[in-house]
Design a protein around this ligand. Sequence first.
Ligand code: FAD
Length: 305
Amino acid sequence: MNVRIAKELEKVTGRANVFLNEDMGPHTTFRAGGRADIFVTPSDIKEATDIVRLLLTENIPYTIMGNGSNLLVSGKGYRGCIVKLGQGMDHIDVSGTRIGAGAGAPLSKVARAAYEEGLTGLEFASGIPGSLGGALVMNAGAYGGEMKDVVKTVKVFDAVSMSVVTLSADEMGFGYRTSIIKHQPYIVLEAELELVHGNREAIRSRMDELAEARRTKQPLEYPSAGSTFKRPEGYYAGKLIEDAGLKGCCVGGAQVSEKHCGFVINKGGASADDIIELIRTVRRRVYGQFNVLLEPEVIILGEEI
Ligand SMILES: Cc1cc2nc3c(=O)[nH]c(=O)nc-3n(C[C@H](O)[C@H](O)[C@H](O)COP(=O)(O)OP(=O)(O)OC[C@H]3O[C@@H](n4cnc5c(N)ncnc54)[C@H](O)[C@@H]3O)c2cc1C
């Protein structure tokens, strides 16, 4: 079955872009993960939407990914096809105070383009790894800014009507680390952001300041997916985890970072299942001690937490 589907996918995107039984570790910032039955890397928007049409027709489960910086595939693997958007969907065009960019554009590059044009509003995003598409799905945010603050419109492929639809910022249903895309079969293709004119020096200096804050506070020297858990209302996940005595706690090669307890890191040779087991341990211990159930921010495929 998978071989037949792979052959069909090759007709859409070429042999070099279709992989069977792919190790997902190298495709995620955790540098750990199980295998996807099929992994495909379309070259442009047309290929991406044709691939999704094909997968729907063949009834093959699929997941779209960007940079894999908030994604973990369990050791059991992913039964279906993972479609990685990036190449050929990474244009960035600035016009006045608007930036139009493809879902595959790295968020850091979009923030840099804004700076170069003297546009303010995206400084918060300059150190967030990942694609623009992933950032819109997650409503990525940091240091007081969120994607929802700068989004004008988002062009998506609706996998039910099989058509391209443009959503307004309101229709995106943004919330804390969430958007409508998490609940609807939409694939982000492009977006238009609205910024305001600012002072280039000030923009540069804010970006430098935030980069420095990340370097000093976050374990950027190890693979991770950033904050492992969402911030529970009224608490900080990292503080709860530290207060539960879990600083440095390990399962195999996975560790609660000693630098920032909100990060589970791959200290070296962690498997996806080490990471998942450590996430479970943290949740159990924090719940047992403080009656607060931490919700993972990282998206885990192939395993219930
Ligand atoms: C060191 C580090 C620091 C981080 N700091 C922050 C931070 O400060 N703030 C923050 O919010 N996050 C942070 N993150 C997490 C991560 O960078 C963001 O969530 C990012 O926006 C994810 O983008 P991505 O392209 O990697 O998405 P992926 O991890 O590839 O995917 C994330 C989710 O979006 C879906 N998806 C991706 N692209 C599309 C698309 N085009 N259409 C439909 N669905 C799609 C996937 O199915 C998945 O559910 C950090 C991660 C790391 C490793």
